[in-house]
Structure formats: structure tokens, C-alpha cells
Ligand binder design. Structure first.
Ligand code: NAP
Length: 656
């Protein structure tokens, strides 16, 4: 497919809205709205809409108190500051109404910096990565500022984009904007990746919705604070439609292999569809195949004898009616945490098989809709939704790092890693004590034996405890010994009779690119190169595999801070910069050096070793089989911004 660039660098937002509804409501109504609004993003939106940066007075700055177990409303503003801020916001809202202000255009750079200074307490180090997320910034620096036609002329060049989930959609959009010809394939028969596959009861986001969207598609009218799975799927399909990429995706097409042809400087790929295999040649491959995609189903003796139904959480069979059945859910991670509360009321019995208890962070609004006041602000205050999104990015930049950084010699190990981590531990245990009051049996097994943050922390609004306490629910902590014809036998000798076994046992996240044979320059496969320890420079490139770019590759997953979309978009932009180098230098390919990869890994590994998940006594899916933390990005968005800003020629070999 040949594409033409059609981006507007000024408004790099597929959900851009020029006009908002007029405000017609009374002063009384406006006061009510202000009383129920998050103040820093509201003030920023009003300062932008009224083009009055002076509105953001020094004495109205949020403290930016870091998120501990919970976020602090209004960024930790004191009650007095909140009162003053409400007064200012009220007056500005009246001005919007009285002067009929219903739109705002891209802002000048100095105003953007002033607004960012207000929201971040002047943390200039974050500005560039935050501008990337602000659709009113004139220098967002996300869309390509070059076009294939200008750079490549008549040179034949085509890229293969693999996947149409969050990563594949981002790649296709940006490559299309640059006009780089590409083919996009998807092994499934529908797009949206993990959000098309995960259809288990209760599936929804466990990170705030506004932080889970693209900088170039800033939907503002989200219905829920933590979007339901189907809402994310709809969003992705909608973005693909708006970006004009949906109709060209080749569905039902799986990449089997990609072999580098050094002579011609191309990847020779084999794809498979229902009609058979096809060999095609591409100049570059962009892999958006996902990370949490390969189900991990324990190898349990007797599994083949079980006569009931089994499903992995990702392979849910919606045609099976589980109501009134005896159900086993194995695992207590993010998926189980959503499945168990969604099912427990409608089953005959539910047994949860717990190997280790999860840490849960308070999230009282976990199942809530956006408030009416919020929806009103989105409709009536120009770009309020975009400012709110930016605010979640501001708070998510430092995130919870300070709660998981390990202190050397800390005597609380292995249950906590520092005094702050111990404080979090005690606070969360306090909640568990309350939630399981009168059920000492459950409280005892609900307290994890590892530090908070060592594994992914879940969002808690009380429904997990409620489900475990329910009359028909039981929790088994004895390891599973075998499956029988009619159920699960645990090592304590108990036989649990069940009709349905749900394997909520996670994925094989360390097996990047599993199922695809990628053969590089020396004739070895990427898995032979990795030997079980997936490594990629900046999470994107692997030495010996020229013009091969991984999106959401090793070591770029944020777990207590940052945004998945930010990391993916930056990887896409970085890959496009590499493609541009290849085109402008008129070479066949770019290959990262092993030295550059080693240096990157030394930097990332050293930081990960300082974190709860990097402690030698911790076992988590963030680590691979060798114990190296191969999943997690231990820095903020700002550091990833810096390292993906340019292709360093000293770190690369150019193949001509
Ligand atoms: P997971 O977090 O890896 O949890 C798997 C669970 O299964 C753990 O409790 C694990 O116990 C248990 N387990 C694994 N093997 C077992 C065995 N042989 N016997 C007994 N128990 C076993 O997997 P997940 O819940 O599917 O979540 C994976 C990741 O997907 C999450 O961390 C998150 O990043 C993502 N996710 C996101 C959302 C969302 O945003 N809404 C929802 C679901 C998943 P141990 O803890 O002892 O290993």
C-alpha cells in the first residue's frame, strides 16, 4: 500500500474538537461544578481558554505530593489553596459564559511552558515529554516532520507492521503520516489485540482511563474512570478508522518467519492465511505482537482426564453458560481479580486457588462512571478533557517510584524494602484487616509475604474481599497436585469437584516474539541470540537484526509510573527516525551495535536492582528465568523521551 502524508502538525489529535458547547448555566450551577472538579487541570484549561496565564498564580500551585497508596486530591493542594483556586475557577468560568468562549487554538510556546510550570512545580525536565501529550502545544513533536516522498524520492521501500493492537495502530498511524509505504498484518480476524481477545467477565482497565489513550487520539468523553474492556476495543477501532488504516489491515494473516537477506538488505517474510503461505520481501519490520499474549497454563498431572470445561482467562468462551456451575479460578493476579467478583454471585460455588496473595491499592472509584460535573466540563470548557489527561500524565510521571525503591541494609526485608515501603505495607494490611473483619481465616492468607510493588499491584474498591467472604466462595492455598475427571486435587488431599476451571494464571511475558522465527545477519535466530534473556536497545532494536523494530519490547513496561501508550508511541517514533536515517543516508539498513545494547542494559539493570521487583528474594513475572528483570522500565517517561529523541550514529552501523 502506498500512503500519502496527511497530518496537520498543528493539530496532531484525531479527536480534536474546535467548538465546545456554550455555557448557559447559572452562577449557582457553576459553583457546584467547581466544587466537584479536580482543580489543577481545571485552572490550566481555563487559563488556556481565556488566554490568561496570569490566572495561574504562584499561591495556587499544587504541591505535587507524590502518590502513596492513594493519589492526593488536587495534587495535594491545602484546603486554603483549594478555596482560593475555586474562587478563581468560578470567575474564569463566568468569563467563558459571559464572553461566549467556546474554543481554544494551539497555544504559543511560552504559554505552554507557563502552564506546564504551574502543573509540575517547574520541573523542566518533564516538559518535553509532557508537551508530547498536550494537543495544544505547538511543538508536540510526535508526528513525523518529514515525508517519505521528500526523503526517499523514487526509492522502493516497504515496511511490514505486525499486529493491530495498541502498538500496531500507533505504528500504522505514524508511518502513514510520514507516507512510508507499509503492509499491516494481524493474525486474528479482528483488530485491537489484547482488548479483542480478553473477554472474560469483569474485564476492564486497571489504570486510569485517561492515561490509557494515544497522544494523537485524545478522546475526552470516556464513560468510566477505569474503562471496560469493550470500551477500549471500540476506542482502538475508532482510532484506526479516523486514522484511515482500518480498511488496509490484512486480518487472519500470521507472521511465521522473517529472514534477513544481507545481499539485498531486505527481510524475507513468510506469512500464513487460511489460503496458505506467502513469501514477501520488506525493507523493514515493525513488530507490535504484544507481550502479554501467550497464555501460561500450568502443566498439571491428569489435565487430560478432566471432563469439565477449562478456559484460560484470555481464551474465554462466551457461549459457555457458567451460571449455576461449580467454578474454580486458579490465580489471584490482575485477571482473576476481575473475574472472581464478576462471577461469584451467579455460580453454585467458587473456589479460588491462591499461590500468593496480591497487594491491592485503594481505588474506591474503580467501577464508577465519570461524574456529571466532569462530563459537563468536557462538553463546555474547551479542551478540559485534554488538560485532565495531561494532569494524569503529570501525576503518573513520578508515579509511585518513591514507595518501591529499596534501601540498602533495610531490616524489614524480605517483607518490605524501605521505611516508606513498610508504611505502605502497614496501611494496606490495615485495609485488609478491616475488609476481612470476623474472617481471621481469610485475613491470614490475604496478607502477601513479599514487599508491595514487587509484583503488579491491583485496584481495590472492596469487591475482591466481598467475593472471597461470600457464602459460596472458598479459597484454597494448598498447591494443585492433579486434575481428576471431576475436579482438582490439592496437595492437602482435598478434592474440589468443579464444572469449570478458569486458568487465570497469566502469560509468558519473557518469551518475546515466540512463535515467529526471526533470523538475523549471522543466520542465527533472535531466540538463539537471546538464550531466554530477551534484550533490546531502548526496548526496540537488537544487534544483528537490522531494520527490525520491536514495539513494547523488553524492559519498557512501566509498573508504578508512566504510560503504556507513551512508551509505545515513542518506540514507534524512534523506529521512524531510524527509517529516515536509512533513507537519507541512502543505505540498506541500520543495525544497533552490541556495545550500545550492553551500555543500555547496564544502565537499566542497575536501576531495576534498586527496586522492590529487583530484589534477589523476590519472584515475579517482571523477571525472566535467569532472574533478570527483563520487563520493567525503571525510570520515568522523561528518560525514555530523552533516549528515543534521536538515533545516535555512534551506536549504529549503517549497511550499504
Ligand atoms: P498474573 O498477574 O501473572 O497472575 C497469574 C496468577 O496465577 C498469579 O496469582 C500466580 O501466582 C498464579 N499462578 C501462576 N501459575 C500458577 C500455578 N501453577 N498454580 C497456581 N497459581 C498459579 O496474570 P494475569 O492476572 O493474567 O495478569 C497479567 C498481566 O496482565 C497483569 O499484571 C497486567 O499487566 C495485565 N492485565 C491487565 C489488566 C487490566 O488492565 N485490566 C487485566 C488483566 C491483566 P503467583 O503470584 O504466586 O505467581
Amino acid at each position: 500500500m502506498t500512503s500519502t502524508p496527511r497530518h496537520d502538525p498543528k493539530r496532531d489529535d484525531l479527536h480534536w474538537r474546535t467548538e465546545h458547547e456554550s455555557i448557559t448555566e447559572s452562577d449557582h450551577f457553576l459553583r457546584d461544578v467547581v466544587a466537584n472538579a479536580e482543580l489543577p487541570p481545571l485552572l490550566a484549561a481555563l487559563a488556556a481558554a481565556t488566554r490568561n496565564p496570569a490566572l495561574l498564580r504562584e499561591d495556587l500551585r499544587p504541591e505535587l505530593t507524590p502518590v502513596d497508596t492513594v493519589g492526593h486530591p488536587h495534587g495535594g493542594m491545602s484546603p486554603e489553596t483549594q478555596e482560593r483556586a475555586r474562587e478563581v475557577a468560578f470567575e474564569a468560568l463566568r468569563r467563558l459564559r459571559d464572553e461566549a468562549i467556546t474554543s481554544v487554538d494551539t497555544l504559543p510556546s511560552d504559554e505552554v511552558e507557563h502552564l506546564l510550570g504551574y502543573l509540575t512545580r517547574g520541573t523542566t525536565k518533564w516538559y518535553d515529554s509532557l508537551k508530547h501529550e498536550l494537543d495544544l502545544a505547538p511543538d508536540k513533536n510526535g508526528a513525523p516532520d518529514w515525508s517519505f516522498a521528500d526523503v526517499a524520492g523514487e526509492r522502493p521501500f516497504e515496511v511490514l507492521i505486525v499486529g493491530s493492537g495498541v502498538a500496531g495502530v500507533a505504528a500504522a498511524h505514524r508511518y502513514r503520516q510520514a507516507g512510508v509505504p507499509f503492509t499491516q498484518i494481524e493474525s486474528a480476524d479482528r483488530m485491537a489485540g489484547t482488548w479483542a481477545k480478553n473477554r472474560y467477565p469483569g474485564v476492564r482497565l486497571d489504570t486510569p482511563t485517561f492515561a490509557y489513550s494515544y497522544s494523537f487520539a485524545q478522546r475526552a468523553d470516556w464513560p468510566h474512570q477505569f474503562a471496560q474492556g469493550a470500551e477500549i476495543e471500540e476506542y482502538l477501532v475508532d482510532v484506526a478508522q479516523r486514522a484511515g488504516i482500518l480498511d488496509d489491515i490484512e486480518f487472519g494473516t500470521r507472521l511465521l518467519s522473517a529472514r534477513w537477506d544481507e545481499e539485498d538488505g531486505v527481510w524475507v517474510t513468510v506469512t500464513r492465511t487460511a489460503d496458505g503461505e506467502r513469501t514477501r520481501r520488506f525493507n523493514a519490520v515493525v513488530s507490535g505482537v504484544g507481550q502479554l499474549d501467550l497464555p501460561n497454563i500450568p502443566d498439571v498431572p491428569g489435565a487430560e482426564t478432566f471432563r469439565g470445561v477449562t478456559m484460560h482467562s484470555q481464551e474465554w468462551d462466551p457461549s459457555y453458560d457458567w451460571s449455576g456451575k461449580r467454578v474454580a479460578v486458579v490465580g489471584t493476579g490482575a485477571s482473576a481479580y476481575q473475574i472472581v467478583p464478576a462471577m461469584h454471585r451467579d455460580v453454585a460455588s467458587l473456589t479460588v486457588f491462591q499461590r500468593s496473595a496480591p497487594w491491592m491499592l485503594p481505588a474506591p472509584a474503580y467501577h464508577d462512571s465519570m461524574s456529571e460535573a466532569f462530563a459537563w466540563l468536557v462538553r463546555k470548557v474547551p479542551h478540559f478533557g485534554q488538560w485532565f489527561r495531561l494532569w494524569t500524565m503529570v501525576l503518573g510521571t513520578p508515579g509511585r517510584f518513591h514507595t518501591v525503591r529499596a534501601e540498602e541494609g533495610w531490616e524489614g526485608a524480605p517483607l518490605s524494602v524501605s521505611p516508606t515501603n513498610q508504611k505502605v505495607r502497614e496501611e494496606l494490611i490495615g485495609r485488609l484487616r478491616e475488609q476481612f473483619e470476623g474472617r481471621e481465616d481469610l485475613f491470614k492468607i490475604a496478607v502477601p509475604h513479599y514487599p508491595p510493588g514487587a509484583k503488579r499491584m491491583l485496584r481495590d474498591n472492596g469487591v475482591w474481599a466481598e467475593a472471597l467472604r461470600a457464602e459460596h466462595t472458598a479459597v484454597s492455598t494448598s498447591p494443585i497436585a492433579a486434575l481428576t475427571e471431576t475436579g482438582i486435587l490439592t496437595e492437602d488431599g482435598t478434592h474440589h469437584e468443579v464444572d469449570l476451571i478458569v486458568w487465570a494464571t497469566g502469560f509468558k511475558p519473557s518469551d518475546y516474539l515466540d512463535g515467529v522465527e526471526v533470523v538475523g545477519r549471522d543466520g542465527i535466530t533472535v531466540h538463539e541470540y537471546w538464550k531466554g534473556d530477551a534484550r533490546a536497545h531502548n526496548g526496540v532494536t537488537v544487534p544483528g537484526f537490522p531494520n527490525f523494530f520491536m514495539l513494547y519490547g523488553p524492559n519498557v513496561g512501566g509498573v508504578v509510573a508512566g504510560s503504556l501508550h507513551f512508551m509505545i508511541e515513542r518506540a514507534v517514533e524512534y523506529s521512524l527516525k531510524a527509517v529516515r536515517e536509512v533513507l537519507t543516508r541512502e543505505v540498506k539498513a541500520i543495525d544497533v551495535t552490541p556495545e550500545a545494547l550492553d551500555e543500555f542494559l547496564a544502565w537499566v539493570d542497575a536501576e531495576n536492582r534498586q527496586m522492590a521487583w529487583g530484589q534477589p528474594y523476590v519472584r515475579t513475572w517482571y523477571q525472566n528465568k535467569d532472574g533478570r528483570v527483563s520487563q520493567v522500565w525503571p525510570f520515568t517517561n522523561a528518560e525514555y523521551w530523552e533516549i528515543t529523541e534521536r538515533i545516535d550514529p555512534d551506536e549504529h552501523e549503517f549497511l550499504d
